[in-house]
Design a protein around this ligand. Structure first.
Ligand code: NAP
Length: 292
């Protein structure tokens, strides 16, 4: 546990990462552009480096968690910092695109920096707890070497692929799912509230849907794999009722329905193509066709 780890960035997430490493017994240093944000970490016992260069000099493993790759690039693409990173490990945990990860690896490799890309898929409060989940891609050998350190962030240090952009790609895919579900939940909350139903009751009902949702997701995967879209329990024409009714309800109550409009539009495209009697999974093909 004497490995020296530095965390660059002490925002909401960076602070959680640094604290988790320290609590696991790693020799942890932190640096943040705005030094006042490191005060609580300093009180906890972490070493706060006075400069970025000293933070990197003091570490074998450097973990970056700032707002994005652009800021990371501004920080690390300076001659003195590049020299300090030579022969060290750099783990990028700021959110970004697969191409940004690829670009970062192309920068790191010729400079003798061992680079692993990662993406965090939960809240700071989950970091350091069993549910903590971080996706990684790049060299599997490097991932396995770092795993004892990465497990400080939670039990789910998940290696998703050897191609460096694959953690960011998985993150984008998961965020697509989460954003859709969360915005949908908020839209439903408005209905519940306006119809004078108890708010806690909504959550209870949604929770009971979860096992069926899990089964429905598995069914979608199977149908996409086999392209078996004709076999269905609920045709797209039947599904169209849901956004149509919700849009009508929103119009009556003066509520925004820009979340539901594209859902009806996607189904409309399938119907127009003569596939209204096909399964919901067919929307995968509609989405792949691009915009109208
Ligand atoms: P945050 O609280 O807003 O912190 C942002 C961090 O980025 C701060 O340390 C900030 O430094 C630093 N920063 C911004 N611009 C910079 C620049 N030009 N140069 C140097 N440092 C700069 O954000 P956060 O929630 O911790 O998120 C950090 C990363 O984690 C993001 O990529 C985010 O997508 C990812 N993430 C967050 C969550 C979450 O729930 N919060 C979940 C998954 C992934 P200053 O303090 O000096 O401004």
């Amino acid at each position: 546990m004497n490995q020296k780890v530095t965390v660059i960035g002490a925002g909401r997430m960076g602070s959680a990462l640094a604290a988790a490493l320290y609590k696991r017994g790693f020799n942890t240093t932190v640096w943040n552009r705005t030094s006042s944000k490191t005060e609580s970490l300093s009180r906890l016992g972490l070493r706060v480096a006075p400069s970025l260069l000293e933070a990197i000099d003091n570490a074998e493993i450097v973990i970056v968690n700032v707002n994005n790759y652009e800021s990371t690039n501004q920080l690390v693409r300076q001659p003195a910092i590049e020299s300090a990173l030579h022969c060290k490990v750099l783990v990028q945990l700021s959110s970004g695109t697969p191409d940004e990860a690829r670009e970062m690896e192309s920068w790191a490799r010729p400079r003798g920096i061992d680079y692993l890309d990662g993406a965090i898929v939960n809240y700071p409060v989950d970091i350091g707890k069993p549910q903590g989940t971080v996706l990684y891609s790049g060299s599997d050998e490097l991932f396995n070497r770092l795993k004892p350190v990465l497990l400080a962030f939670g039990d789910n240090a998940l290696f998703v692929g050897k191609e460096i952009g694959q953690a960011a790609a998985t993150d984008i895919a998961c965020l697509s799912f989460c954003m859709g579900a969360l915005v949908g939940f908020l839209q439903g909350y408005i209905v519940y509230d306006a119809e004078n139903l108890p708010a806690g009751g909504y959550l209870q009902v949604v929770k009971t849907l979860m096992p069926a949702m899990e089964a429905a997701l598995a069914d979608l995967c199977e149908k996409i794999k086999t392209k078996d879209y004709g076999n269905t329990q609920a045709a797209l024409e039947t599904w169209a009722v849901a956004p149509r009714e919700l849009i009508a309800w929103c119009e009556k109550h003066g509520v925004n329905h820009t979340f539901s409009d594209p859902q009806l539009g996607l189904i409309g495209r399938a119907v127009k193509a003569g596939k209204g009697h096909w399964d919901f999974a067919y929307l995968y093909e509609v989405l792949k066709q691009g915009a109208d």
